[in-house]
Design a protein around this ligand. Sequence first.
Ligand code: ADP
Ligand code: MG
Length: 517
Amino acid sequence: MSAPVLGIDLGTRNALSAVAQAGKGVVLIPSRWGGFRTPSVSAWTSGGWLAGEDAARSEIKNPSTTWWDIKRKLGTTWRGRCGRGHCTPEDVLAPLMILLREDAEACLGEFVSSCVLTVPASFSFTERAAAGRVARSAGFSAVRVINEPTAAALAFGASGKFLVLDYGAGTVDVSVVESEGEVWQVLESTGIPASGGRDFDVALARRLSSRMGATDLDENSPLFRTLLAEAEELKIMLSSCTACEWTPPAGVCSAPIRVARPELEELIRPSIEKVNTAVLRLWRKHRPDRLLLVGGGSRIPLLRQMLEERVARPDHLNLCPDETVVTGAALYGAMPDKGRLLLDVLSQDLGILAADGTPAPLLERGAYLPARAERRFLSVGDGPFTITVFQGSGSRRRVIASLKVQEARKDEEIALSFTVDSDGLLKIDIIRSDGRITSIEPLELGEEPRSASSEIPAEIRDLERRFALMSVSLSPAQQERGAAVLRMARTLGTGEYYQAGIEALERMLSEMERVVG
Ligand code: ADP
Ligand code: MG
């Protein structure tokens, strides 16, 4: 039986994972706390990193070091404060991914070292590479990346042109995806700010507090946070019933308060109108065959009613809307690897900026993946110079890499080669006239340069050598997992857990050597 490939959907509110199993179809992985949804949150505490439900519960105690929805900060310069140091978005996301992998291993009873990670269609190469790196540092040695709307359309299981509205807690994305056989193209994708399910919870919590007579409630106060959780419950209930009685927290106000659906609808109508307008614009522009509504917020009756009246009748999904993206990811993971599966096309132009700042696209939007392009040019002077790589066009053009070419000679011919693999990851090679090649591997794009102090310590090198010697006796999955554990040990750096970590690894290896003989 082939090794499982874990499909992962890291949403703004919930993280889900699933695998496709022969004869069973897609199986969702339960979390260690029960249920299939793990809160998409990590927290730094005095005892180290927490993730999922544990992190969500500790939020009251550690509000400033608890981070939700960190995926959208990947590839940016965002830094969080943890302890005496700073952490990157990759550091914050890793504990959550480790938790998802561990839960999958506990559920399936075997090592899981491959995953398919879903990302917003608007993610640049830098953001995709950062997402892939987090998965690798969380112990996945084979990582594929797929666009969220593509995954949703894949789960639907038909070809054609789809408009996918993904109504999440923090983000609402509208995308048009087209499929033809095995080629999938995101024709356009747009995010609608401040309209997610969470914004509705905040609006309703404010309304509840004023109806309780508690105006001017600080939004960071424990009472407001309690109201927020109650508001979400109420909002969800009001999707299936037209009114409910709400009992305010004890000690604040004793009389039950009746909340009816029209009251909620009055609060959320402006946002739903905005979403509706965005959907209508893309619907008219691309004339898709189907309208797919995914994400938990897509259950809101007002949204469905408005779309049906003004755009089209949504297609019946046959799937839980908040499980659609992860289902597509799991299905993609189980697709037979035909060497190169053409799954997506380049969604944004890719090129370099000339010395005067003029963009020169090397690969144009719409190119099929895998794609390759090469550009040769002559160095204008002696000494080092920088090549600026960009992605996107017009006002959405972003610089994704600045490559330093050392010791160039005047008139030296230098070749620059871009390769985008079928997972939408970019590799860049700079080929010099004397044959020297400098490469930026797909998962290295945008990575912070490592400092000299992160040289691999001798103890870890020794452990790696011992592990390599016995690895012939291990299965490929065991080899991958062992290698991943040792890779992670490198990140212990000079931290306080270094000595304890090395000693634990040393004991583990001695025991393995004894068993393997
Ligand atoms: P994300 O992908 O951003 O994590 P999900 O797709 O998991 O989000 O959806 C979570 C959001 O959907 C939350 O804001 C939740 O309150 C909302 N939601 C879930 N079920 C319902 C419902 N029946 N009616 C309205 N909103 C809902
Ligand atoms: Mg989502």
